[in-house]
Each structure stands twice: as structure tokens, then as C-alpha cells.
Design a protein. Sequence first.
Lengths: 404, 140
Amino acid sequence: MLDVYKIREDFPILGKKVNNTDLIYFDNAATSQTPNQVIDVISDYYKQYNSNIHRGLHSLSADATNKYENSRTLIKNHFGASHEHEIIFTSGTTHGINIISSGLEKLISSKDELIVSEMEHHSNIVPWQMLCEKTGSKLKVIPINDDGTLNMDEYKSLLTPAVKFVFINHVSNTLGIVNPVKEIIDLAHKNNSKVLIDGAQGAAHFKINLKELDVDYYVASAHKLCGPTGVGFLYGKSELLNSLPPYQGGGEMISTVTFNKTEYADLPHKFEAGTPNIAGVIGFGAAIEYMNSIGFDNIEVYEKELLDYATENLKKIENIIIYGDVDDKISVISFNVGNHHPSDIGSILDQYGVAVRTGQHCTQPIMDHFNIPGTVRASFSFYNTKSEIDLFIDALKKASKMLG
Amino acid sequence: MQSIQQIQDQIIEEFDFFQDWSEKYQYLIDLGKNLPEFNDSNRVDSNLIKGCQSKVWLNSSFDNNIVIFEADSDAIISKGIISLLIRVFSGHTPDEIIAANIDFIEKIGLNSHLSQTRANGLLSMIKQIKIYALAYQAKN
């Protein structure tokens, strides 16, 4: 069991007041908050050993390099990758997806097909549309059922021999639904298709084992799991990453440079051109350590408790519609109250100090499916409490009454 | 006919009566509900204002050197804000609209209660109103 009130002491921002009232932060699916354990590590980097990595011979550089590479090991171990060099540091999930989409330009032809789903974040749609425009390949879409889950029968029938790649999120950022990624990957592999999983929402809520999943590519961001913004990772199986051309040219990603021929560096450096976000990567490692010190099993149990408590109490509100109310989901609730516009609800909740997200959540196809302008999305983290949920529901009732 | 400045001053005076944000919001919601019905034929994409999280349609007409605005939104608080903008701008000449210095939003304390997204939307609305006025001025 985790002691939520003790955990909250780690997060200075949770004591903040907004609009003269205590902050209730329920926008964790967009960005999670940062504990002192991560803030201190980042600040320590700039105070104690700020320097460039890998090429410096001096002590500071050695220190920075060790800590940077230690983060790679921490992430490799936590996510169960086979080798450190399969973990490429990126600026976030979107960057990871773009490394792959740009790398596939020469490897995909007009005869090939790609699959995405109707519930993807725009960042797991647009890069593939751009790839299709460049290569003449075709993008096929797995529809969602009315309960928000993926239509797996449709997926199976879309998996034709021409399909080279499947791009699916682990967890829907809008609905919180956890997709059956193992089944998706196994079906794709039987069809000789490769799979990229967008793990932006999955990584923060439960433990993932990349080797067991047998996934080809996996991308995630640090800021969803108590780490800093502007950093994330791309995992890829060695042989696949080796088959891709570099994403950007520059320093760090080469082994020799002459005007006749330049040799690219080996993995992972081939994809890490230029000076990386060193403090961010080290902070990312600290965030993984912090979350493991709390324990992902504890986090999962506690967040499920928050989800069930909030869902049960939200359902008591008149005219509430919850989208994606299924069993297998993380602590994200997308809803509307009657015909009230989500932005009206969100604006009033903000006055009560409750931070939620409103709108389309970068998933316009889901909004089109349900024929709505958007939703209010409340997303809980392991540092939130039931009493915060009580205050949120109380504020929501007041908002609904004000809007009439 | 009151000037644009006089109308703004009147709105500022009205908002002075409110004790807290919830009364201001309630007033905006009521204004939104009482906004005159928007002509369905004007609810077209070319009348949509970009930069708002909710949909906002703005239509204008010009007669006898006077600009008339009508607007609508799918969100009620936006509609309330629009209602104030129409009250300030509608029924004035293009010259008056272009010259107007809009200070009531800040003075009624709406700025501090608007999220950045909403504040941007509001700026887009005022910009669009002034663009209409400029177009009518050029026509004259």
C-alpha cells in the first residue's frame, strides 16, 4: 500500500494555490508532476557537473557521460529491453515516431499498406499520412466500437499481406482504454507486419516488458511519468534500428567524416545527433527510479481505486455521459454533462482550482465517432486523493447547476 | 446613441456590482442564453473564427454606414462574452469600430479568469470585428 499523503510531500507543486483555492491537478494524462527527487537531480547536474558527454576527457564530462548512460541502463532494465543500444533518447514520443516515419521513406513503396486506429493521437496519425503522401502507400484505419474499444474483428480483416506496419497506442489518451497490444503484435507478426506501439500513456501506469511483448518499436515520453518535459525514448529491435537510415546528420552520430565518405556511428548514437537533453535524460532516469521506489504494483492498485471511486460518483450526476467506460482502462475519465460544452465545464472547474483538460485531446477522429465537439478529461495519478475527487465532483455539480 | 466608450464604461459599472467570479460567470451565462437567435444560414465555415476551442461564428451586415454584428457559439460562456462584444461594437460606423480602444475586458477582471486559450479566442473575435469594419470602410 502506498502512503499518498507522504508521497504528496515529494511534489512541491501540489501545495500550490490557484484562483485562491487549493490546486487539484487532474491533468496528469497531459503532463504528470515532478517530485523533488527528480527536480534535485536536474538542478544538481547544472550545479555540479554540467558538461558535454561522450567526447570530453575531463572529469566533469566523464561524470555527465556516466550519469547519462546510467539512465539508458535504468530505462533498458525497467522496460525489459535486451540491450542498452536499443534505447534511443528522443525529445519525446512524437520525435520517436518521426524518426521511424522518416526512416521508412525509402523502405516503403506504393504497393505497401499501413494500419493505424481510429483512437490514435494525432501524432500517431499525421506522420504516417505524411509517409503515405511521400511513398504512395495506403493508410488503413481500425474502427472503434461504440464502447470505445478497438474493433479487433476489423483489425484481423484489415491485416492483408500488403500490410507492412501497424501503429497503435498502448493506451488511448482520450478514453484511457488499454488496448490488447500483445494480441495485436502477435497477429501482425503472423502476417509478417511490424508493429510500433505509442506508449505515451501506458508507461506511467503499469510495468511494461518489451521483450515479452515482442514489439518492434515502442515510444514514450518522460513527462508522463514524473520526469521532465522534452525527453523520451524510442525502443527498437537492434536489427530494425540498424536497417533504418539516420534521422539527422551532425556530431555524435558519426564514426569518421571525410569529404569522400562519412561512416555513421553504431547504435544508439546513430540516432542521437548533436548535444542531447543531458539534464533531461538524467532526470528521466531519476523519475524511473522514483516510480519504482513507490512500486508499479502499488501504483496500479491505488490508481484503479481512484478510478473506480471517481467513476462510481460521477455516474450519480444527472445526464453524465462517460466515454470508454470499460473494465480494462487506466485512471482517465472522459465525459460530458448533458449538452454543456466541455470548455464551459472546464472554465468553471478551473475557478474551483480543478485542472482538467477539455477539447478534442488531439484525437479528432474519436470526437467524430461520438459526434461531439470534445470531452472533459479528468486523469488521476498516484499522488491524487479521494478527497480531491470529492471536491472535483462537488465543483462539477456546481458548474452543471450554473450552466443550467 | 451611446459611444463605444460609453457602452464599455457602462459594462464596467455593471460588473462592479458582482462580489466574486461566480457571479460574473453566472451573468455571462445568462447573457449567453439571451443572445438573439443566430440565423442558421450564417452558421457556415467561412464565418467561423479561428483560434477558439469552442466554435464561434460571426456575421456582419452594413447599412447606412452602420455595421451590425451577430454571432453564435456552441459554448455558453463564449456566447456571453460575444454578447458583450456585440453590445459594444454593433450599431457603430466602421471608423468608430476601428478607432475603438477596448479596455472593458481587463477592467471587469475577465482577463484574469480567462485561460490563455480563451483569451486568444477573445482576441481573435475582436480582430475579426475590426477586419469587418476595415473592409466596410474600404468599400465606402
